[in-house]
Structures are given as structure tokens and as C-alpha cells.
Ligand binder design. Structure first.
Ligand SMILES: NC(=O)c1ccc[n+]([C@@H]2O[C@H](COP(=O)([O-])OP(=O)(O)OC[C@H]3O[C@@H](n4cnc5c(N)ncnc54)[C@H](O)[C@@H]3O)[C@@H](O)[C@H]2O)c1
Length: 379
């Protein structure tokens, strides 16, 4: 592969965008978007435009995520989108096939696509950056080795962000170890505000919602304030103690409606914690369709719709010390998003002695990951 990236999209028009929070979107120039090289032309008359960076775009999640982004289901039906897609050099031929499929989708909202193996090119002008790219865990690989390989990738990409990214760029880290990768990314892009960095625990939340709905025999839309605490790993704490369930039009405490504390403190938790492994065992590949759905949900709630009054969603965010969690760790908390683009860590969730043990266990794991990550970067 030559040094220069394959480039199918044009830089012109890419990234003429948002200042300020959330999707404060610039108006469309009304221009068509075309390239001079391998000509890619997309036309649209929608009224807003954003640039979305996706790393690991040639991977499984990318394949399910990109159509969701282009369809308008995440950013809405009036937002045009330019995709800046990053992957490693050997994956560029696959990514060029993905590009062809995006063209063949004839998405009215898709204004342009750029594919590259250069982080700085892909991050330039991005309003939203979704990091799914990383080294997967291989057979016989220790967790430490996985951390070591991935934090080096995230250091490099954080440095690229610091150099070229918009200070308003909103970040979602998906690649595992998601919390610690996000921690390293943020540490290497210090001029981008702390509150712009998040990692994905929405998939765990969606899994938890469905488990509670099946147990309480209700719809997922009848449940509020289930949450996920801590690390996106098997130590996470899926928590329904502060949740409510709508019964005959009235919200009641979930533990009362479910009336099975032992299920809530064992089967519910382990099912959600182990769900990723269960999918791999069955499918021989990790969750991708549900992960892409969760990424869309995370971005839409955070940046487009916010949460309903009194409701929360969990995201991995930089701890401010709430619930006694070490400041600076990227930890999943329940959040209120009253204004799209801004979140507040929800206070007042019930922390029983049992819950405290669960929180401490997942916090300890994150502290240990941080030590391993920092050691790997020094070595
Ligand atoms: N947080 C969550 O809820 C959640 C859920 C599912 C999967 N994941 C994680 O998401 C990641 C992606 O999953 P997938 O199934 O798409 O994996 P995948 O292996 O199919 O795709 C990963 C892609 O990343 C690319 N990549 C590797 N190194 C890169 C680098 N330095 N820069 C850019 N791209 C790079 C690979 O070439 C590949 O195309 C994995 O780390 C997985 O563990 C997280």
C-alpha cells in the first residue's frame, strides 16, 4: 500500500461546521458535493450538515452502523451527513467496498464519504467522532496485552485529535477496553473539553432494559431509570434498584413490581454482564447489530433529543467524584440530559450495601486498568 491514503471524498465542504454545544449545526450551502478523483457525487436538499468520523469503519460494527447514520435515524431526517472513515492500511480495500455499498444505498442525506488510514485526515472537521477501531482480543491474549495494544492506538489518535480536531467535537469510544481507551484518548487531547468524552454502555443498558421488561411482563418503554455503573466489562453493575415500571398507567418501584430480590441481585446482573460472551458463543462473532443500535441510541439521546424529564440514560463519562468514584476515571453513571449535548450525573440513586460492593469492584478494575495502561505507555 502506498503512503498516500485512498481518498474517494473531497475535503472541500467537509467540516464547515458547528461551533458551540451539541448539534448546533451550520446551514447547508446547498451545494452538491463531488470529488475530482474517483468521482463521488451526492445530492441533497436537507437543511443541516454534520461530519461524522468513524474509526474501524471496515469492521463488523461499522457495517451495521453506517447505514443507520446515513438513514437519518440518528441525526434526524433533515441533517445531511459527511462520513470520514478511518481504518488501518490493510483494511482499506475492504473499506473501499463499504464505500461502494454506501453509494449504492443512494441515501438522500449522504453528502460525501472520505476513507483514509490517516487519523489526522479523518478527524479534521469532525463534529462527532465514533471510535470503533481497535485490536480485537485474540486467543491466548491476556487482558493486559489487549490494554497495551489498544491504549497505544488511542494515544496516537488522541494526539491526532489534539492537533486537528474541533474543540466542539463530541466523542464516543466503543472499542474495548472502552472506558480505559476513552481515558487515554482524553489524556492525549487535553484542549478538548472533558465533557465531550464518553464511552458506550448503552448496549449494556439496552440489554438490562429488555431483561427487566421480560421479567416484569411489560414493554421497554414502560421502564425508567434502569442503569449501568462502572466499566463496560464483566464487573459492570446493572442496577434496577432505583428503576420504576409503569403498571396501569402509574410508575411503581421496579423491585416491588418484580418482587424477586434474588433475581435482581443475581440472574439479572450476571445475564447482562455475560451477554456479550453469550452472543459470541452463539454467533462465533461479537455483538455488532445491537452494538450499532446502541451507538445510534447513545448519540441521538446525547446530542439530539436529550432525556425525558426525570429519566436517565447511562454513559461512560469522566468521573467528577460523584458516588465516591475516583475523579478522572471514565465510569458509567446514570445521566440527565436536559439540554442536548450537555449532561449531568444524576444524583440520589439508592446505593445499598450490596450496590456499594458492586460499585467498588468495578471501580477497582478501572483503577487497575489505568495503571496497566499508563505502564504500557511508559514501556
Ligand atoms: N462498548 C461496547 O458496548 C461494545 C460492544 C461491542 C463491541 N465493542 C468493541 O468494539 C470494537 C469493534 O468491534 P467490531 O466487532 O466492529 O470489531 P472488528 O474486528 O470487526 O472491527 C474492528 C476494526 O478496527 C480496525 N482497526 C484496528 N486497528 C485500528 C486502528 N489503529 N485505527 C483504526 N482502525 C483500526 C480493524 O481493521 C477493523 O476493521 C471492538 O473493540 C469490540 O470489542 C464494544
Amino acid at each position: 500500500m502506498s503512503d498516500s491514503p485512498l481518498k474517494y471524498g473531497l475535503a472541500a465542504g467537509v467540516g464547515a461546521l458547528a461551533t458551540g454545544i451539541a448539534l448546533t449545526l451550520s446551514g447547508s450551502t446547498g451545494e452538491d458535493y463531488s470529488s475530482t478523483s474517483s468521482s463521488k457525487i451526492f445530492k441533497s436538499h436537507a437543511s443541516k450538515h454534520i461530519t461524522v468520523f468513524v474509526s474501524g469503519a471496515a469492521g463488523q460494527i461499522g457495517y451495521s452502523l453506517l447505514p443507520l447514520l446515513c438513514s437519518g435515524q440518528v441525526f434526524g431526517p433533515n441533517t445531511q451527513i459527511t462520513l470520514n472513515l478511518l481504518d488501518i492500511t490493510p483494511a482499506l480495500p475492504v473499506l473501499s467496498g463499504v464505500l461502494m455499498e454506501l453509494e449504492d444505498g443512494a441515501y438522500p442525506l449522504l453528502r460525501g464519504v472520505q476513507i483514509t488510514d490517516k487519523p489526522e485526515e479523518a478527524l479534521k472537521g469532525a463534529d462527532v467522532a465514533i471510535f470503533t477501531g481497535g485490536m480485537p482480543r485474540k486467543q491466548g491474549m491476556e487482558r493486559k496485552d489487549l490494554i497495551s495494544a489498544n491504549v497505544k492506538i488511542f494515544r496516537e489518535q488522541g494526539q491526532a485529535m489534539e492537533k486537528v480536531a474541533s474543540k466542539a467535537c463530541k466523542v464516543l469510544v466503543v472499542a474495548n477496553p472502552a472506558n480505559t481507551n476513552c481515558f487515554i484518548l482524553r489524556a492525549n487531547a487535553p484542549s478538548i473539553p472533558t465533557e465531550n468524552f464518553t464511552c458506550l454502555t448503552r448496549l449494556d443498558f439496552n440489554r438490562a432494559l429488555t431483561q427487566v421488561a421480560m421479567k416484569a411482563k411489560c414493554k421497554v418503554t414502560d421502564i425508567q431509570n434502569v442503569t449501568i455503573w462502572g466499566n463496560h466489562s464483566a464487573t459492570q453493575y446493572p442496577d434496577a434498584a432505583s428503576a420504576t415500571v409503569r403498571v396501569k398507567g402509574e410508575f411503581k418501584p421496579a423491585p416491588k413490581v418484580i418482587d424477586d430480590d434474588s433475581w435482581l441481585q443475581s440472574t439479572f446482573i450476571t445475564t447482562v454482564q455475560q451477554r456479550g460472551k453469550a452472543v459470541i458463543d452463539a454467533r462465533k462473532q461479537s455483538s455488532a447489530m445491537s452494538a450499532a443500535k446502541a451507538i445510534g441510541d447513545h448519540i441521538r439521546t446525547w446530542l439530539v433529543t436529550g432525556t425525558e424529564p426525570g429519566c436517565t440514560v447511562p454513559m461512560g463519562v469522566v468521573s467528577d467524584g460523584s458516588y465516591g468514584i475516583q475523579k478522572g476515571l471514565v465510569f458509567s453513571f446514570p445521566l440527565h440530559i436536559d439540554t442536548p449535548g450537555q449532561f449531568k450525573i444524576a444524583q440520589g440513586f439508592t446505593i445499598s450495601e450490596f450496590a456499594q460492593k458492586m460499585l467498588t469492584a468495578t471501580e477497582e478494575e478501572l483503577k487497575a486498568e489505568r495503571i496497566d495502561a499508563e505502564a504500557a505507555l511508559k514501556g
